[in-house]
Write a protein of this length. Structure first.
Length: 369
């Protein structure tokens, strides 16, 4: 099949494309590289500035690219906001792609109307980026997400696209549970893909110090909870100065991020998640121990009954500190947890296995007229 993947989040589409190509499909990835992360793509649609001149140049690039976005059997958009445009300007481009290709699918892979709505109802999740129990988290960056997605034009766009598209793919348990009450008939959970072909798992040599890796996105630290995780990590370092090290990186390109990760034993991921997302899965494929989202809902949706390699943390500093301290005190278990982490990725996230699931779902869905 000829397949067009539009937009990018955390290398999902490029990695999926690699799996699809191994299955013999003709795949084109069009994106901006997920902004500063600069992931690979076949056609670059990067927006260089937000001013009038930048907007005019970007619109010119998009319009010039439109003839290349026709004639595909399958189109998948990463999110309703698959171009770097205001939501009010997106729908005509969506309709163009919809009209000039075969089936069209939407990813439930990140920030969108249904994700914000579920978090804000304080019932869907015990905790999330938008709630802790029955308390809503509405401060900081969350206020903008709530305004734009729950009440603004992005939310309206999301609802129109979700209703119109031929199918929806959820990449994590959290996103699946958000969409299932509304679109169970055309929703499929498919795990995120990881290409293990070029990954050499790290060998943990039993050294006395545990090296903890934490990546910080400056603008999203509070939203993702890495501010709290960093505080817990610094407390650990103060208590065990000779037994742990901190490798901290801030908003670096993806290739740099991967290189800096390679010398670490464990990675601290998002605090409010039930499940590991792409960066955490990559780390697990390398044999790092994940300290982050590993709730039972994650294992259940995967059908995993044996492996429990993730050190699950609750969304508070003291729990994170206790789990980190446990790892320092039980560093002899790192090789075992590392092996289980790699096996977990092989079982559930191998990019070719995942690509086959996508093809099966795409083929099973009829095209809406």
């Amino acid at each position: 099949m000829r397949i067009l993947l539009l937009g990018e989040y955390s290398n999902v589409h490029w990695t999926l494309a690699e799996g699809l190509r191994e299955l013999g499909h003709d795949v084109t990835v069009v994106s901006d590289g997920d902004n500063w992360k600069n992931y690979r793509r076949d056609i670059n649609l990067k927006r260089h500035s937000l001013g009038f001149a930048g907007t005019a140049r970007y619109m010119f690039d998009v319009v010039r690219t439109l003839p290349k976005l026709k004639g595909y059997d399958i189109v998948q958009i990463i999110n309703p906001m698959f171009l770097s445009l205001k939501a009010e300007k997106m729908y005509p481009f969506y309709k163009y792609v919809r009209k000039n290709n075969g089936k069209l699918f939407m990813g439930a892979f990140g920030m969108d109307y249904y994700w914000v709505k579920a978090g804000m109802d304080c019932k869907t999740f015990r905790y999330s980026e938008f709630n802790i129990g029955d308390r809503q988290r509405t401060g900081g960056e969350n206020a903008l997400f709530i305004r734009d997605w729950l009440y603004g034009a992005k939310g309206e766009l999301n609802r129109r696209v979700a209703e119109d598209c031929d199918g929806i793919i959820s990449g994590l348990y959290e996103y699946d549970v958000c969409y299932r009450p509304y679109y169970a008939d055309k929703l499929r959970f498919i795990p995120f893909p990881i290409n293990m072909g070029s990954i050499e798992p790290i060998k943990h040599d039993g050294h006395k110090t545990v090296r903890f890796f934490i990546g910080i996105q400056k603008l999203r630290s509070e939203y993702k909870g890495t501010d709290i995780m960093l505080k817990a990590l610094e407390r650990l370092k103060a208590k065990y100065p000779d037994e742990c090290e901190i490798v901290k990186v801030e908003s670096v390109p993806f290739d740099t991020y991967k290189t800096l990760m390679d010398s670490s034993d464990a990675i601290l991921d998002q605090l409010y998640s039930y499940t590991p997302a792409m960066n955490a899965l990559l780390a697990m494929a390398k044999g790092l121990i994940l300290v982050g989202g590993g709730e039972e809902e994650n294992y259940s949706i995967l059908g995993e009954t044996e492996l429990r390699p993730i050190i699950n943390v609750l969304p508070n500093e003291d729990d994170v500190f206790r789990k980190l301290e446990w790892l320092v005190q039980n560093k002899n278990l790192i090789p075992k947890l590392s092996e289980e982490s790699v096996e977990y990725i092989r079982r559930h996230h191998d990019h070719v296995k995942v690509a086959k699931q996508y093809v099966d779902f795409w083929n099973s869905c009829p095209r809406k007229n």
